[in-house]
Every structure is written in C-alpha cells, then in structure tokens.
Write a protein that binds this ligand. Structure first.
Ligand SMILES: Cc1cc2nc3c(=O)[nH]c(=O)nc-3n(C[C@H](O)[C@H](O)[C@H](O)COP(=O)(O)OP(=O)(O)OC[C@H]3O[C@@H](n4cnc5c(N)ncnc54)[C@H](O)[C@@H]3O)c2cc1C
Length: 466
C-alpha cells in the first residue's frame, strides 16, 4: 500500500478524485484547503498526522465511492468517527481519511426498543436522543467519544454491568467492506461479519450505521463521587475491592487515584446505580458509611449529567498517554503498588484509573463475540495529561513504569480501545483465543488489508504468544 503523492497521479486517478469531490459536495479536503488543519486534528494533541485527502462522507453511498477510490489508488486508508482513539488511528499520514463525523442521523423505535444511529454520532448526541424517549444503552464516560469506535472495540460504561457491553447490545450494522459492497451484519445476515465487528475494531470494513437494543433508564439515577483522603486510601481501597467485587449488576463503581488543583491527593469512587433510587440508597449505604469519606456528592441526578461528568477532565487538544491492562481483582499487593506508583506521578492531572466491569459483561462467553477478556473485573490504567511537548518523556515514562509495576497483578489481557501503538503481541492479548478466527475473517473481508490504520489483525502469531 502506497503513500499518496498527489502531484504524481495518473490521469484516471485525478479523474476519480474529481468524481469523488463532486459527489461529496465540497467534502473532499486536500492539504491546500483552509479546513485541512482543523479536519486532521483529533482528540489527542499528541497526534499530528498529515493525510493526503480527507473524504467527509454524508451518506453510505459516499463511503462506497471513497473505498473504491482508495482501492484504485492503492493508498493507506483510515476511518474516522469521533476521533477519540488514544493512538490516533483514525488519521493517517499521506493517505485517505474516510471521515464519518458528519453522519449523525438517529431514529428511535420506542415500540421495538431499538435505535438506528449513524456512525458519526458522539456518545453525548446518542445519549440525549435516546434519553428524550426514556431509553439508554451502554455507552462510555466522555460525551465527545464516538459511538462507532467505542462499539466496534467493545464499549464499557456505567450501564455495562447491568446490560452488557455496547457491542452486546448491537442488533445489526450496515458495513461497507473493502470490496466496496454494502453488507448487513446481524445474527441472520453475514453472521461472521457480525461476530467480528463486535470487538474486532475497524479491521473489517466501514460501519455506516448501528442498530442498538435500548433499555428504560432514568431520567434520574443515584450517582456521583465520593472521596477519601490519601491517608485513608489504603483502607478505602481494600474496602472498595470487596465492595465492588460483590456489587449487584445495577451498581457500577469506577475508581481513581487523583489530585486536586491544590495538590491534595484523593482516592475517589464514582458510583452509578441503574434502578430505583430507594434500592440504590440501600446498595450504596455500606460504601457511604465506610471511613466515612471526606467528601460525598452521591445524589439523585439526571443520567445525562452522569454521562458528561468527566468531560472537563479530558478536553480535546491536550497531550494524553495511557497504558492499560485488565485485573481480575484488587489484592493488597496491587493496592500497595498503585499507591506507591501514584505518589511518583509527574503532575496533578495524572490519574490512576480503575474502570469497573464484570456483571453482565462476564456472563457472555468469550467466544460469543470478538471481544474477549470478559473475566476481568477492572480495566486499570495510568493516565498522563499535559500540554508541553517538552514534557512528553517524563509523562509517558511514568505511565509505562506504573503499567510495568502492575504487570504481576494483570490478567495479561488488554482492552483494544485503550491500546496505544504497542505492537502485535498486545493486539493478540486483546483477543486471546479469538485471535485465530479474527485472522481468518480479516483475510475473508479485507484480503489486501485496506483497513490497517487500526489495531491491525494481520499477522499469524505463534500459539505460545497468544
Ligand atoms: C476521554 C476518553 C474516554 C473514554 N472512555 C471510554 C469508556 O468509558 N468506555 C469505553 O469503552 N471506551 C472509552 N474510551 C475509548 C474509546 O472507546 C476509543 O477511543 C474509541 O476508539 C473511540 O471511538 P471514536 O469513534 O471516537 O474513535 P476514532 O478515533 O474516530 O476511531 C478509532 C478507530 O475506530 C475504528 N472506527 C471508527 N469508526 C469506525 C467505523 N464507522 N467503521 C469502522 N471502523 C471504525 C477505526 O479503526 C478507527 O481508527 C475513551 C476514550 C477517551 C479518549
């Protein structure tokens, strides 16, 4: 696959580009376009890739044409939806970006409890539309994240323990594969493709719309944060370990070591109970009494407020680095390690996050979807956030060191949506026993590896490295 040198194109290729330009109604953006710089930027300010072309698609037929062009030019192609991927896979150097971020139609069928949503929607847009009719399905914790990348990698969030991963709530999807064909992927149509896109990321084609199962949720839920002084953190984390392990499915308990702007460190728990407030009060009582915490802001609040509570922590454009791994539990050794590493964090903005999974996620078999790692109870990751490129090394180094220190407590698995540029072995770790089937299906649906600007499933890996 080539880098695209626009100046050296054949006449037929120039014609094909012009045809796409006309079809996209001014949506084809080249480097001399005043919109180019804003259009190539993604959420992570570390990413500075310079594509040869950005094809801003408005409908499925635009995507089909863009794929035809990519194939005829034999050029690196990336797929962009919300642009939130930590590794910046949605943009590529010197290639074609298929940009879906303007495809935002959503239809809700309240009778069937289903939503058909185009791939350019963000979580915030999806949540607002579905909550307007009293529904929700599992989505992540930051409003600006794209539903597309999140769903295709799995999809955790406050509802996952109750209703399963986002991909577990997928009924069907429209996918344009590398041959330019539009396919319906569902349990009844192209079932292999449907299996692969529920966790396999952007390896198998461009999904233009998703159909999700919806659940009655909210509008109010009992949710919010409580925080313990750092001096209480060890005991609080031990309590959290047992409490989160035995929590009912309705209760999600993400946690973090964090520092406030005054420099004070905390252990914070962010709770959300999906169900009646009276039941929620009872379920949360032991946690709220333990310690007690120095700060307790748990209250009945709109579900939409829960879903956007982290937005100010992760604004677009700052520099971000994280390195994730799954844990099955939080032993005393793991707690001591997290505390010891957190005191070495380079900035007040540095976080050590435990995202709570398990519950309904763990009751689906590992082979039912491409998403593996269903036995994990927490996704554990140090997060570095900073602005100055001159500080890259120390922020990245802290996250890597913390990850290594936590390695003995890890399942060895990793969430594909939290992978940076970490190499083939880590991609295999994201899929475990599902990797060989994914490899076979990648060869079936994308034999030339057109879609490779992603956590790429292409290499045969010896069994002992799976
Ligand atoms: C602040 C923040 C919070 C997050 N919180 C959560 C969370 O709570 N839960 C969770 O599960 N994840 C979370 N994530 C991770 C998130 O799921 C991934 O970053 C995901 O890739 C974002 O999707 P996107 O559409 O914004 O990605 P993009 O960057 O646009 O795309 C990423 C990749 O996804 C693939 N892709 C995207 N759209 C399509 C498509 N339509 N068809 C085919 N392939 C496609 C492509 O391979 C692309 O390279 C979070 C990320 C951030 C930055």
């Amino acid at each position: 696959m080539n880098d695209l040198d626009l100046a050296a194109l054949r006449k037929t290729d120039v014609l094909a580009i012009e045809t796409l330009r006309t079809r996209l109604n001014d949506g084809l953006i080249l480097p001399d376009d005043p919109r180019y710089d804003a259009s190539r930027r993604v959420w992570n300010g570390m990413v500075d890739k310079k594509p040869a072309m950005i094809a801003r698609c408005g409908k499925t037929s635009d995507v089909m044409e863009a794929i035809k062009l990519a194939t005829s030019l034999n050029v690196v192609t990336s797929i962009r939806a919300g642009g939130h991927n930590i590794a910046g896979c949605s943009v590529c150097d010197d290639g074609l970006v298929i940009d879906l971020s303007h495809m935002k139609r959503i239809e809700i069928d309240a009778t069937r409890r289903a939503a058909r949503a185009e791939a350019g929607l963000t979580l915030g847009e999806f949540d607002r539309a579905t909550q307007a009719q009293g529904f929700a399905t599992t989505m992540g914790v930051n409003s600006d994240t794209g539903i597309a990348g999140l769903t295709l990698g799995g999809g955790f969030g406050k509802l996952a323990r109750r209703f399963g991963l986002t991909c577990d709530n997928l009924i069907a999807a429209d996918v344009v594969t590398a041959d330019g064909q539009l396919r319906r992927a569902s349990p009844h149509d192209d079932a292999d493709l449907f299996w692969a896109i529920r966790g396999g990321g952007g390896n198998f084609g461009v999904v233009t719309s998703f159909e999700y199962r919806l659940h009655p949720v909210g509008p109010t839920v009992l949710a919010g944060s409580l925080a313990y002084d750092f001096s209480q953190a060890r005991e609080a984390m031990r309590f959290y370990s047992g409490f989160s392990r035995s929590a009912p499915d309705e209760l999600s308990l993400d946690a973090a070591l964090a520092t406030d702007p005054a420099g004070e460190r905390w252990f914070r728990v962010s709770a959300c109970y999906v169900g009646p407030v009276e039941k929620a009060e009872r379920a949360l009582e032991p946690l709220r009494k333990f310690g007690p915490p120095r700060f307790d802001a748990i209250a009945p609040i709109p579900y939409l407020q829960v879903q956007s509570a982290n937005d100010s922590t992760f604004p677009a454009g700052r520099r971000y680095y994280w390195k994730a791994q799954f844990l099955r539990g939080l032993t005393d050794g793991a707690i001591d390690t997290l505390l010891a590493e957190y005191v070495k964090a380079p900035a007040a903005s540095s976080l050590l996050v435990l995202q709570h999974v398990g519950g309904a996620v763990a009751r689906v078999s590992n082979s039912a979807t491409a998403y593996a790692n269903r036995d994990a109870l927490y996704d554990c990751f140090p997060i570095s956030i900073w602005n100055d490129p001159g500080e890259d090394e120390r922020h990245i180094e802290w996250a890597r060191r913390t990850w290594s220190a936590m390695r003995p407590f890890s399942t060895g698995g990793v969430y594909v949506n939290n992978l940076g540029d970490e190499g083939d072995e880590r991609i295999v770790a994201a899929y475990g026993e599902n990797y060989p089937r994914l490899l076979t299906l990648k060869r079936k649906y994308d034999p030339t590896n057109l879609f490779r600007s992603n956590q790429n499933i292409t290499r045969s890996v010896p069994p002992n490295r799976r």
